[in-house]
Design a protein around this ligand. Structure first.
Ligand code: ADP
Ligand code: ZN
Ligand code: ZN
Length: 724
């Protein structure tokens, strides 16, 4: 017997040693089944024969070795180990979370490999007359005598029963045929004729192949970033290298997938949350065997085991969905950069509105900066016009000049998009007599009135309830919707424009399977149409018939305490506006506000995102905020407020005693209560990454021994993006 050290998916910052047969074929990165308490857990072998093991008499033996080859290859192990250190998250949980669910559950990989059937030695030597009573068996036997058959090919001609009969007679056997790596595309793909800026970008990317390099493609909306991706990867594919493309949400932009599939004669696979467990495992296998050439996926595609990774592309690299917001809170962009470094391959980040972090890296020359300042087919960028809402009589939240412009564009047969970042019918119901508002009893928030589903829904904890008949304050029955959401805007627009087709795009309208697909089809059809939606409209769509974008209400977002709010708002406005004028018709953006003189709006309108972002960076530098300082945040939640505050104070005291880290807090979170729990936070700032790291290491060693740690639910977020 010898010892193996195993990482287990438990919230403990340690490994566990087990005994294993000295002759067992086991490698680091393989799964093992081990006893843990009174359960059995799937763990990952992390070290063979550790020399500082405990007394081996006390160790328990491994129940089973589940893999012959590592499910986590060496480079992926290195990436995940780095991630566990960087985010201070237990390694075992990080490793296991990188595997598809079926492997996490301990399923046998071989069961999911493509299978084929061939004759056994017995079968080959058989005298055909032995089978003359069964024509079906004879036919299958004769085919197998000529060549083996894959499972799918076999089942097209023969039944499973016939196959089973041959196997039972030991005439045929099952074999596993590992998928073969993709072959280099035969025909050179034809692309569009590149603009000068696109051509420079493609040259820079292709020059970086074979080594680690970071590139930022800062291309305005409609500048043809996707064309740059496509033409960059052509030569990689001919060298049989794989490409990983990470996108915010695949479902929203099926066009991107279609463009990759149409361009190259190689297998392109998708990876996203809507796949079933076996589809995920299939994709995982295709990536690891090299059968897939291009994988387009959401953030967790980052953890797929690639056969030969040649390039990582992160499209819309500013998008907030790249950061996981619970549990193992990693940032896919940052880990992708680490992964590229480990694979000695380049990484290309693309966005019209780069994050301030990436822009900072580009401006300080850590990243190669590739600007695409103009739209690809020569269209002008959309023109912004501010609509001052002060002292205006509004009709359904729309100013008269907005309505006139909408009418004009519809009359010309164009499409008009109205952006309102609030789903539901109204943000609350309000009592006409005493002003009472419908609130969530578990959160510090109002509940949104959903008219179609006849419910009040809390958008923070998901709680829903029936619509009350009476005011909870005075008992009056005069309850009216307060404010406007997309559901109401759609209803109102239908009244104003009874003959115009309307498509609403938000999480409610697209919940039903196939609904999103239908909505996108409708929009791509021709003719006048109104499109109403939330930030779903901001995501990379190419709707060439949209000539006018109306931003119905931004005022709520202009004054926020979160230092990232201006960046996020500027990105959202630019992305939404960027849907206008992408076809041959020009584009206009009407921005309705009560604060037309607001500095952010003025900057975006007059100078564009690029200018805004550069001045925002300067401001971050002057106020010592990220990316000029590193930020980490502890948060604590509990049914009472005191334990949260006390626990965070203990953290603050522990850190203050040792490190040069600045502390802000403990303070109540901006959203003080959510899902029945009080929420507090403690922010840590440091100019020095290693001081921050040491402070976190130090405190995390202490917290497990504090009795108070069991009274709160605490979390650590390194480089948090969500401070609510
Ligand atoms: P982005 O991703 O930068 O918003 P897209 O890649 O969607 O832009 O391109 C916008 C439109 O411009 C697409 O219809 C695309 O076919 C077109 N396009 C891209 N590059 C060129 C080019 N070099 N010449 C002509 N049209 C182009
Ligand atoms: Zn009332
Ligand atoms: Zn709630």
């Amino acid at each position: 017997m010898t010892v193996v050290r195993v990482a287990l998916p438990v919230p403990l910052r340690q490994h566990f040693d087990y005994l294993i047969d000295a002759n067992a074929q086991v490698q680091v990165g393989c799964r093992v089944l081990v006893p843990f308490g009174n359960r059995k857990l799937v763990g990952i072998v992390w070290q063979l024969d550790p020399n500082n093991s405990f007394d081996s008499n006390k160790l328990k033996p491994v129940v089973a070795v589940l893999d012959t080859d590592p499910v986590l290859p060496a480079l992926l192990c290195q990436l995940l180990s780095f991630a566990a250190d960087y985010y201070h998250y237990p390694l075992g949980e990080v490793l296991i979370s990188a595997l598809p669910a079926l492997l996490r559950e301990g399923r046998n990989l071989a069961d999911y490999q493509p299978k084929a059937y061939q004759l056994t030695d017995n079968g080959k030597q058989l005298d055909a007359s032995t089978l003359k009573r069964s024509a079906k068996q004879l036919a299958l036997w004769q085919t197998l005598l000529r060549h083996q058959l894959t499972e799918s090919a076999l089942l097209q001609q023969y039944s499973r029963a016939t196959l089973k009969q041959l196997i039972d007679k030991q005439l045929a056997e099952e074999i596993i045929v590992p998928p073969q790596p993709f072959s280099a595309p035969q025909i050179a793909a034809k692309g569009l004729k590149l603009t000068a800026a696109q051509a420079m970008a493609v040259t820079a990317v292709t020059k970086a192949f074979g080594r680690f390099e970071r590139l930022l493609l800062e291309g305005v909306t409609g500048s043809g970033k996707t064309e740059v991706y496509l033409q960059s990867i052509a030569s990689l594919l001919s060298q049989q290298q794989q490409v990983l493309v990470i996108v915010p949400e695949i479902g929203l932009t099926p066009q991107t997938l279609a463009r990759f599939q149409a361009r190259f004669d190689v297998p392109v696979l998708c990876w996203h949350s809507a796949l079933t467990d076996s589809e995920r495992l299939h994709c995982w296998l295709q990536a690891s065997t090299g059968a897939a050439a291009i994988i387009i996926g959401t953030r967790s595609a980052l953890f797929l085991p690639f056969w030969r990774l040649g390039l990582i592309i992160i499209d819309e690299e500013h998008d907030q969905s790249l950061k996981q917001q619970d549990g193992f809170r990693y940032h896919a962009r940052d880990l992708a950069i680490k992964r590229a470094a480990l694979h000695h391959c380049p990484i290309l980040l693309g966005s019209a509105t780069p994050s301030l972090e990436s822009l900072h890296n580009a401006l300080s020359k850590r990243f190669i900066h590739l600007p695409l300042p103009d739209r690809a087919a020569g269209q002008a960028l959309p023109q912004f016009e501010l609509v001052d809402l002060k002292q205006q009589v509004l009709q359904f939240g729309l100013a008269s000049q907005t309505l006139a412009k909408i009418k004009q564009q519809l009359a010309q047969g164009s499409q008009v998009m109205l952006f309102l970042n609030r789903r539901g019918f109204a943000p609350a119901l309000s009592c006409q007599e005493c002003g009472w508002l419908t609130e969530c009893h578990r959160c510090s928030a109002f509940t949104t009135y959903h008219k179609q589903s006849r419910q009040l829904v809390c958008h923070h904890c998901g709680a829903s309830k029936a619509i009350p008949r009476q005011c909870g304050g005075c008992g009056s029955t005069q309850l009216k919707p307060l404010g406007q959401g997309t559901e109401q805007l759609e209803e109102n627009l239908q009244q104003l424009f009874p003959d115009v087709a309307i498509t609403r795009l938000d999480r409610d309208s697209t919940r039903r399977k196939g609904a999103l697909h239908q909505a996108l089809e409708d929009i791509h059809g021709s003719g006048a149409r109104l499109i109403v939606g939330t930030q779903m409209l901001a995501k990379g769509h190419h709707f060439p018939n949209v000539s006018l974008v109306v931003i119905v209400d931004v005022d709520g977002a202009l004054y926020s305490s979160d230092f990232r709010a201006p960046e996020q708002l500027a990105q959202l406005l630019t992305q939404v506006a960027g849907r206008a004028g992408r076809g041959s018709c020009g584009g206009t953006v009407l921005l309705q506000t009560h604060y037309p003189e607001h500095a952010l709006l003025q900057d975006i309108i007059n100078n564009g995102y690029a200018s805004f972002a550069r001045s925002a960076l300067l401001e971050r530098q002057q106020t010592c905020l990220p990316p000029y300082q590193h930020l980490a945040m502890f948060s604590a939640e509990a049914h009472q407020t005191d334990p949260c505050q006390q626990w965070l104070q203990q953290v603050a005291d522990g850190i203050a005693a040792v490190a040069t880290v600045q502390l802000l807090g403990p303070i109540p979170a901006p959203m003080e209560r959510r899902a029945g729990k009080y929420r507090w936070q403690l922010q840590l700032y440091s100019a020095n990454r290693s001081s921050m790291h040491q402070a976190l290491e130090h405190i995390l060693r202490l917290v497990s021994s504090w009795p108070l740690s069991r009274k709160v639910k605490w979390q650590l977020d390194v480089d948090p993006t969500d401070l609510t």
